[in-house]
Structures are given as C-alpha cells and as structure tokens.
Design a protein around this ligand. Structure first.
Ligand SMILES: *Cc1c(COP(=O)(O)O)cnc(C)c1O
Length: 356
C-alpha cells in the first residue's frame, strides 16, 4: 500500500521506491515510441509488434510470442489456455501474483481451483520443491479437482525479488511433466533474474509450456508484456486477447517500440538497480529496529521489517520519499531507472532522520 497522495507519484523530484512500475519513460524511449510506422495490430499489421514478438519468442526459447497490454493479462490468458472446464486445479506459491494480486481472475474467468503452496524450510522463500509439488498432485478420481497446471514466478515479488535457482526450477518442471501437468512461468522480473545470475532468459523460459515477460517493470516502459509459447496455442491465445478486449490497435505498436528500445538499452543496466537495492538495504539495516527479510537480497526488491511501517511511510512521504507499506511492520523498497545514486542518498537521509 502506498500511503502518500497519488500526486506524489507524479512528482519527478520525489524518490519513488514503492515499485519498479512507476518509472517514467526516458526522452529516448519517447522518441522511439513516436518515430516508427504504426498499424492496427488487430489486423496483424503492425510491423513493430510482429518484430517484438519474434524477438521475445527467440529470447525466451519459444516458437512464438503474443504481445499483450499487461502481465496480468498474460497470466490470465495462459490460465485460460491450460485450465479446462470441470474443476481443474492450478498449483502456485501462496505468495504468487497469479493467486494473490489478480483479483481472483484464475477462479472467476478461467474456472481454476487454486492449490497454494508454501515454501519448505531451507529453500528460498517463495519457491517450492519437486517433492512439494508431487505431494499436491491429486490421484484421478470422481471426487477431487484435477491437478492440471503449475505456475512459478521469477523473481518472486512478495519474497523480496528472490531468484528461483535454475536447477530447482528444472526439477519442478520435470516432475510436473511426469505428472502430465501444464507448466507456466510468470516472468514479470525474469530480466532481473537473468542479469543477476548471468543466465540466459531462455534457460529459464524454455523449460515451460508458456512464459511471459513484462516491459513495464524494470525495463521502464509505459506498459506491455509478451506471452511466449507454441504458435498453435498462442493462436488460441489471440482469441482470448480479443475476448478480453486486449487488442490495442495502433497503441500496441507504440508500446512495442518502447519495448524494443528497452531490450536494447535497459536490460544490462538492471545490474545497477540491484547494486543500489543492496546498497540501500546495507545502509538501512544499520538504523535501529530495521531488519532485511529474508536476510539476503538477490535483485531489486528490499523487504524490511521496521518498528511502525505506517507512521514511517507517512513521514517519508512528507520528505518526498514514497515507499510501499506491506503491513504494520513491513515495508518494500524497489529500485528502478529513476532511482539514481543521488536519489538513493536522499532516501537514506530521510530514513535516517526518521529512525534515529
Ligand atoms: C507486476 C506483476 C505482475 C503483473 O504485471 P502487470 O504488467 O503489472 O499486469 C504479475 N506478476 C508479478 C510477479 C508481478 O510483479
């Protein structure tokens, strides 16, 4: 929850640590968005959308990709493609975006029964093991839901941007296949995982039946996401895009141009966001009562325990620093394109004067 006024998010002088969706596009990205030739994507006519889809399919190790207005719609359409009518079950982590933050679309629109998993001890928060998955797969019977789909998230947002280790991910997907399950990866921050670990996005994405990536998070675009998978399946996906009102006509071409620009210029630099998040966490844990949870930071999201999160959120907002208040004692700080070293230093100063 953002405790500041909405207007605080539109003030370019503020330090916006509440999310990586809030960055504003650079002048160069704006130029890229308006310089291309756009056409109506509902007629499959936009060359920029088509080029982006081809490029993302290749980057993710898949046959085809489908440009969509948001990551939420990617998760929903993938769920619609994998879940059949009649009581099919979707296994995902309890903290996952698909179960916790998409207004229950998996249930309301795809008819999925949710099977939430918690992390076993000794593995990264927000992940689970192949054995945990296998324990949830129900034997076929007339009585129970049919376990049909498993969805993973890379990185795990609500676990502080934790990276699923590749081997653990592969083991889960292999076990899912052995049980005949469909597999899906929410790659809202797959770019962050790839940069943080030096792993090709396709090494993660290629494991799954479907995978998507976001352009509106760390890549700094005004919107847009791509769902990748088998071409035939995504043809069916186009029907759902149409059904949900997700075909964006000429706007898609402008968003795709921003995304192509971001793939050229904003992927490698995610390492800077990771460095700054670590630096911020290191500075903040020195303050009284502040603790990093989990105690390790993989990418660009710092989850911190603080004595009084709501009061802190309000005080920081007055000082022009906007954070995400998750609970009475938990805050989230996210670094992105607009959080420069100078802004980071201002944030540390504001925290220091509030907490000491
Ligand atoms: C932001 C996010 C989404 C949704 O993406 P939008 O493009 O904002 O709809 C899905 N999953 C995760 C993990 C996210 O962080």
């Amino acid at each position: 929850m953002i405790v500041a006024d909405a207007s605080a998010l539109a003030d370019p002088d503020n330090v916006l640590l509440c999310s990586d969706t809030v960055s504003s596009q650079t002048a160069e990205m704006n130029a890229a968005m308006t310089s291309g030739r756009v056409a109506d994507e509902q007629y499959y006519a936009d060359p920029t959308v088509a080029g982006l889809e081809r490029r993302v399919a290749d980057l993710l190790g898949h046959e085809a990709a489908l440009f969509l207005p948001s990551g939420t719609m990617c998760n929903l359409i993938a769920t619609l493609l994998h879940i059949r009518p009649g009581g099919d079950e979707l296994v995902a982590h309890r903290l996952s975006h698909i179960l916790s933050s998409e207004a229950g679309g998996h249930a309301q629109l795809a008819g999925a029964v949710a099977a939430p998993v918690d992390s076993a001890s000794g593995i990264p928060q927000g992940t689970f093991t192949a054995d945990q998955l296998a324990a949830l797969v129900r034997p076929l019977s007339r009585y129970g839901p049919r376990t049909r789909m498993v969805a993973l998230e890379q990185t795990v947002n609500q676990a502080g941007g934790r990276v699923w280790p590749l081997d653990q991910m592969r083991a889960v997907v292999e076990r899912a296949r052995a049980h005949g399950l469909r597999t899906h990866l929410d790659g809202a921050r797959l770019w962050n995982a790839a940069v943080a670990t030096g792993t090709e996005p396709a090494a993660y994405g290629g494991l799954f039946d479907t995978v998507w990536v976001d352009f509106s998070k760390g890549l700094g675009c005004p919107g847009g996401a791509c769902l990748a998978g088998p071409a035939e399946l995504l043809e069916e996906g186009w029907r759902y895009k149409q059904m949900l009102g997700g075909a964006s006509r000429q706007a898609a071409g402008m968003q795709a141009a921003a995304a192509a620009y971001a793939l050229d210029h904003h992927v490698e630099r995610l390492a800077e966001d990771h460095r700054r998040a670590t630096q911020l966490a290191e500075e903040l844990v020195r303050l009284p009562g502040v603790e990093l949870v989990p105690d390790r930071l993989d990418t660009n999201i710092a989850l911190l325990e603080v004595p009084d999160a709501h009061a802190l959120g309000h005080k920081l907002a007055e000082a022009g620093v906007v954070i995400d208040v998750r609970s009475a004692t938990r805050i989230r700080c996210v670094t992105h394109l607009d959080v420069t070293d100078e802004k980071l230093a201002r944030a540390v100063d504001a925290f220091t004067s509030e907490l000491t």
